[in-house]
Write a protein that binds this ligand. Structure first.
Ligand SMILES: *[C@@H]1O[C@H](CO)[C@@H](O)[C@H](O)[C@H]1NC(C)=O
Ligand SMILES: *[C@@H]1O[C@H](CO)[C@@H](O)[C@H](O)[C@H]1NC(C)=O
Ligand SMILES: *[C@@H]1O[C@H](CO)[C@@H](O)[C@H](O)[C@H]1NC(C)=O
Ligand SMILES: *[C@@H]1O[C@H](CO)[C@@H](O)[C@H](O)[C@H]1NC(C)=O
Length: 461
């Protein structure tokens, strides 16, 4: 609530900064009234900015993540309780359900404890901020009284009118919207922007396992719809031999791994274990770069078997065709696996392609095979990561430690390439080691220096 007020205040201030429209008409104004105290407004503005700076995204994000976890957990509890009520015939099933509900309650209690902990930590901050906010509000009221020329009020009105007009236009002429390029079978339209982070958590092992990946199976098995997975490169920041599963987002955040680990092999590394961070889970199987091979491995978590898919001759592997930024490359990022609405993809580079990105569809047969392949003209070393959404390949580059840009796209439906997307990711830690789109909820999951971060992708429809 308090945050909202501050944001609204700041929005108000930013309006006053806008450059006046370049009208051709000139008016002479003789103002007999007291001049508007711009100096004072600008001090208030400065103070408001300082005030907002105090409440950094980092401070609120943990709280938001925990609340989000709780929000997702409660409907599940409700569902389980109603199932328990239905089964109230006193037999074994009811006892089992009761245990499930008890587990749920336990996890919710843990969430609430964490929430309570961070709330206490935020209380001092909140009290300080509240005081500052009160001061600012008083100043603003005073300034409003000065606003005899109704500058601020008019701007507010204009803004409201413009919004209404926009809504009205859209409502009246739904067919005259600007024409957009076709998006194949994409149900959400064109990818426009990214917001967030929505989730920002250190998870179960704060500070450990810098490299890895996490996300959600887009085509989960029945009963595992809310599960999340995490793969950490546990050996030398290069290799791993298991997937860790969590029964919900909140379990991942609080670090309670109920299903636990699913092991690929007891040794790490060895034949067909995981090499590099860019892995994905799809239909209960993990796709990744096989240890020491130019091949994709598919590990079936149910049968615990691995099948492999050999990539074309001269595919770069063993840290020879990595994603890079400035003068640093991310080790063992030769193969990037991706999922979208249509399934699994692999992004890599080969000698013949002079280090440019190559994209292939992975066909899910037994064994998996390489489907259609597209060659791009973007140089892999100028890219920090890639992901797929709706059959379009997106690539990112490092702008600064706080900002990563989604700058490139390749549409597999049309073959069209763009190098000027200009969609910016607001980073938490500076290095993104894996990016992975979840078609289930249009979230983009990033694994950054041991943190798990997710963003909401905004589409045009
Ligand atoms: C802005 O903040 C400074 C220091 O915190 C304070 O002295 C000043 O009165 C504030 N000014 C306004 C206009 O709120
Ligand atoms: C929150 O934490 C405080 C201090 O640790 C404790 O006294 C209080 O009972 C807790 N509240 C809840 C709802 O757990
Ligand atoms: C994209 O989202 C960010 C953050 O919400 C916003 O600041 C920016 O203006 C948006 N960009 C466009 C082109 O809509
Ligand atoms: C995994 O193995 C199970 C049991 O053999 C099988 O039913 C399932 O289709 C397999 N999944 C994949 C993705 O191959």
């Amino acid at each position: 609530m308090k945050l909202n007020v501050i944001v609204t205040l700041c929005a108000l201030f930013s309006l006053t900064r806008q450059a006046p429209p370049r009208d051709e008409c000139v008016c002479e104004l003789i103002n007999s009234q007291k001049a508007f105290p711009h100096d004072k407004l600008s001090t208030v503005e400065d103070n408001a900015t300082k005030c907002t700076d105090n409440i950094t995204p980092q401070k609120t994000l943990e709280l938001e993540s925990l609340l989000l976890g709780l929000e997702r957990r409660l409907p599940q509890l409700l569902e389980d309780v109603s199932m328990l009520e239905k089964e109230d015939d006193g037999d074994l099933y009811a006892v089992l359900s009761l245990q499930v509900v008890e587990n749920e309650l336990m996890e919710i209690k843990q969430l609430i404890d964490r929430l309570n902990g961070s709330t206490l930590g935020h209380q001092r901050l909140t009290t300080d901020t509240n005081k500052q906010l009160e001061d600012l509000r008083a100043e603003m009221m005073e300034l409003e009284a000065y606003d005899t020329m109704q500058v601020v009020l008019r701007q507010q009105d204009n803004r409201r009118l413009r919004r209404d007009l926009e809504q009205c236009k859209n409502g009246l002429h739904p067919t005259t919207q600007p024409t957009r390029p076709p998006h194949g079978n994409c149900p959400h339209g064109e990818f426009m922007n990214i917001t967030g982070p929505k989730v920002y958590t250190a998870g179960e092992y704060p500070g450990s396992y810098k490299y890895g990946a996490w996300g959600r199976d887009p085509k989960p098995e029945a009963g595992k719809e809310n599960w999340y997975w995490r793969v950490m490169l546990t050996s030398g920041n290069k290799f791993s031999n298991y997937v860790r599963l969590y029964s919900s987002l909140s379990s991942l955040i609080v670090g309670v791994s109920t299903p636990g680990n699913v092991m690929i092999h007891s040794s790490n590394p060895t034949t067909n274990t995981i090499q590099g961070p860019n892995v994905v889970l799809y239909k209960g199987a993990l796709y990744y770069n096989c240890y020491n091979k130019d091949a994709v491995c598919r590990f079936n978590l149910t049968s615990k078997t691995v099948t492999t898919l050999q990539l074309p001759k001269d595919t770069r592997f063993n840290s020879k065709g990595n994603f890079c930024h400035l003068d640093e490359c991310y080790p063992y990022t030769d193969l990037d696996l991706a999922t979208d609405e249509s399934g699994v993809w692999v992004i890599y580079t080969t000698k013949q392609d002079f280090g440019n990105l190559v994209l292939s569809k992975v066909e899910e047969g037994v064994p998996p095979t390489l489907g259609q392949t597209w060659r791009t003209s973007v140089y892999k070393q100028g890219v920090t990561n890639t992901f797929m959404a709706c059959g379009v390949l997106y690539a990112t580059r490092y702008v600064s430690k706080d900002v990563e840009e989604i700058f490139y796209s390749f549409d597999t439906a049309t073959g069209a390439e763009r190098f000027n997307l200009g969609i910016f990711i607001n980073k938490m830690p500076p290095n993104i080691y894996s990016l992975n789109y979840s078609p289930v909820d249009q979230m983009l999951h990033a694994y950054c220096d041991a943190y798990m971060v997710s963003y909401k992708m905004v589409f045009s429809d």
